[in-house]
Design a protein around this ligand. Structure first.
Ligand SMILES: [Zn+2]
Length: 231
């Protein structure tokens, strides 16, 4: 089907259900494709521009809209089929939670930072195969490094913008304008940070390249921290 875009305010991607390739929508979208479509809209009441996302699947000549959860279910099925057919994980698919024997595998399809789909691959989807065994053996064979736990997002260092955040280690508040160090994590597709006091984190475990924001610190703080990172 054709999707006509108002190029200033509408854009989107489709995902091929067989290959999991992500393609920008320009015009024609093939049958069975998963669609993630965005519209920018100005809302008077709140004086803000918001972005609305439509999820759906192309069914013949029409787009069948659905919510994200429904689309995630269809993606889970397509992902399981891909795993069976190719004995590997589709691109951009990561293992989201530790695999547990006899439990469905929890995977994530990370289209972008904003659009992550949570997939559940159970025994039925794998035609009776055990998700734990199948996905574990794929990970072993693929030199599989990309789990949710080491996604590209880096830890972040900055001065606390307020005194509200609590340190994840010691539980006390992190005072405004003091250095805080954040572990990236996702909540409903939004990137958030779990903050720590400088003293509450074992900084030696990081390489300089794995933390962003160092260059924005005052020289004194930056030098102190870089010295620890380099040690
Ligand atoms: Zn602390």
């Amino acid at each position: 089907m054709k999707i006509n875009l108002d190029s200033d305010n509408e854009w989107g991607h489709f995902i091929d259900p067989d290959s999991f390739q992500i393609v920008e929508i320009t015009d024609e979208v093939p049958d069975r494709s998963f669609v993630v479509f965005k519209e920018r809209e100005y809302i008077d009441d709140i004086d803000r521009t918001v972005i609305q996302t439509t999820y759906g699947i192309v069914d013949g000549n029409k787009l069948q809209p659905m919510n994200k959860r429904e689309l995630s279910k269809l993606m889970s099925k397509a992902c399981a089929k891909y795993i069976i057919d190719f004995e590997k994980l589709p691109p951009k698919i990561m293992v989201e939670k530790k695999l547990i024997t006899d439990k469905p595998a929890r995977l994530a399809f990370i289209m972008s930072n904003r659009d992550t789909f949570h997939l559940k691959i159970d025994k039925t989807a794998l035609e009776g195969g055990n998700p734990y065994e199948i996905i574990n053996s794929i990970m072993e064979n693929q030199d599989f490094k990309t789990t949710m736990y080491d996604r590209e997002e880096k830890w972040k260092i900055e001065y606390a913008k307020s005194s509200r955040a609590k340190c994840r280690k010691c539980g006390s508040n992190i005072e405004k304008d003091t250095v805080r160090i954040g572990e990236p994590h996702y909540f409903e597709d939004h990137l958030n940070y779990r903050w720590h006091h400088e003293k509450c984190i074992f900084l030696q475990r990081f390489e300089k390249e794995n933390i962003k924001g160092l260059d924005l610190l005052e020289e004194e703080d930056r030098k102190r921290i870089e010295e620890i990172l380099d040690s």
